[in-house]
Design a protein around this ligand. Sequence first.
Ligand code: NAD
Ligand code: DAU
Length: 354
Amino acid sequence: MSILQFKKNILITGGAGFIGSHLVRLFVTKYPDYKIINLDKLTYAGNLENLKDIDSSDNYEFVKGDIQDKDFLADLFTKKAITDVIHLAAESHVDRSISGPMEFILTNIVGTANLLDTAKGYWTELKGHTFYHISTDEVYGSLGAEGFFLETTPYDPRSPYSASKASSDHLVRAYQHTYGMEVKISNCSNNYGSHQFPEKLIPLMINNIRNKKPLPIYGTGENIRDWLWVEDHARAIDVIFHKGEIGETYNIGGWNEWTNIALVKHLCSIMDKKLELPQGESAELITFVKDRAGHDQRYAIDATKIKKELGWEPSIQFEEGLEKTVDWYLNNEDWVNAITSGDYQQYYKKHYSS
Ligand code: NAD
Ligand code: DAU
C-alpha cells in the first residue's frame, strides 16, 4: 500500500522508548488503516528490540532521526506526507536533567519547537490535523499531604526536566492560540511496566535485587508517586487522540499513590517469592542514600475529567501490574543486560557513589 492510501500518516516521536513502544504497538495493531511512522534518535533510552514483534507490519515504518534537526524534519514531513503528530520524544529522567540539563533543553524545548514549526509549515490548512503532546504531571510542581493535580492547577516545575516539559507545553498551547493549530496535551503520572529503562525506580530495583546490589532510596523514602500501568497510558492516549477536544488538556493517573519506601518493600517481597528467597532477604539490600536535589515530595493526579468526558479509567490493579512487570524483567534478562551495557554503567557508578 502506498503512503497516500492510508487514512492517516501519523508521526509518533520517541516510539522506540518505554511508553512510545507500547503506543506504537497499540496503534499499529489496532489501526491497520493508519500508517505509523516512528521517528526516534535511538538515544541510550531508545531500543528497536522493543518493537521487534511488529516491525515487519505493512503499516509501520521506523525512521532514525533527531527532532533537534529542523531540516531533517521538514524533509520527513514532505516525504511521508505526515497528517498528525503524537509527540513523545524527550529526555525523560529527572536525575540526568540535574547532572546535565542542556540536552533536556535542546530535545524537549527546541525539539518540540522544531516539530511544531515544521508541522505548521507543512500543513497548509491547519484544520483537520492533530498535534498531540505527551507531557507529565511534574509540570504542576509538588503537592503537600492533601489535594490533587487538576488540569487547572498552575504550572510550577522544579527540575530542569519538568521545566523543559512545561516549556514545551506552553509552546504547544501558543501554536494553538496564535496560529490555530489543533493541539492536545495530556499530563500523566509515573508509568510502570515492561521495557522501561532500568534507571527508573521500579526496573532499577528489580534489576538490583536480581543482582544482589544495594537498593538506593533517596532521602527518607517518604516521597509519593502515583503509578499507572504503561498500557493504560497508551489506551488513554488512543482515547484522547480520537475523542479528546481540540485545545484541551487531560490529566492521566492511576489513583494509586505509594511512598517510595513502601513500594520498594512491596517489590522486595514479590521478588523474594519469585526468586524463592526467604521472605525479608531482598529488603536487606535497601540503602538510604543522599536525596535527589530539589526532590518533589508528592505527585497525585485527579483523573476525573478523562473518566467523565472520555470514559477512560485504569484497567488493572497495581499488585497485578507489578507482578507482571517483575515477571517480564525476570524473563527478559538479555534485554536488560543489552540495554545496561552502554553508557548507563558509567552513569550509575557516578550517581550511586555520590
Ligand atoms: P524514554 O526515555 O523511555 O524514551 C524517550 C524516547 O525518545 C527514546 O526512544 C529516545 O531515543 C527518544 N529521543 C530522545 N531524544 C530524541 C531526539 N532528540 N530526537 C528523537 N528521538 C529522541 O521515555 P518515556 O518514559 O517513554 O517517556 C516518553 C514521553 O512521555 C516523554 O515525553 C516523557 O516526558 C513523557 N512521560 C513519561 C512518563 C513516565 O513515567 N515515564 C510519565 C509522563 C509523561
Ligand atoms: O511523574 C511522571 C514522571 O515520572 C515522568 O515525567 C518522568 O519521565 C519519569 O521518569 C518519572 O519521574 P520520577 O522522578 O518520579 O521517576 P523515578 O523513577 O526517577 O523516581 C521515582 C521516585 O523514586 C522519585 O521520588 C525518586 C525515587 N528514586 C528514584 C531512583 C531512580 C529513589 O529513591 N531511588 C532511585 O534510585
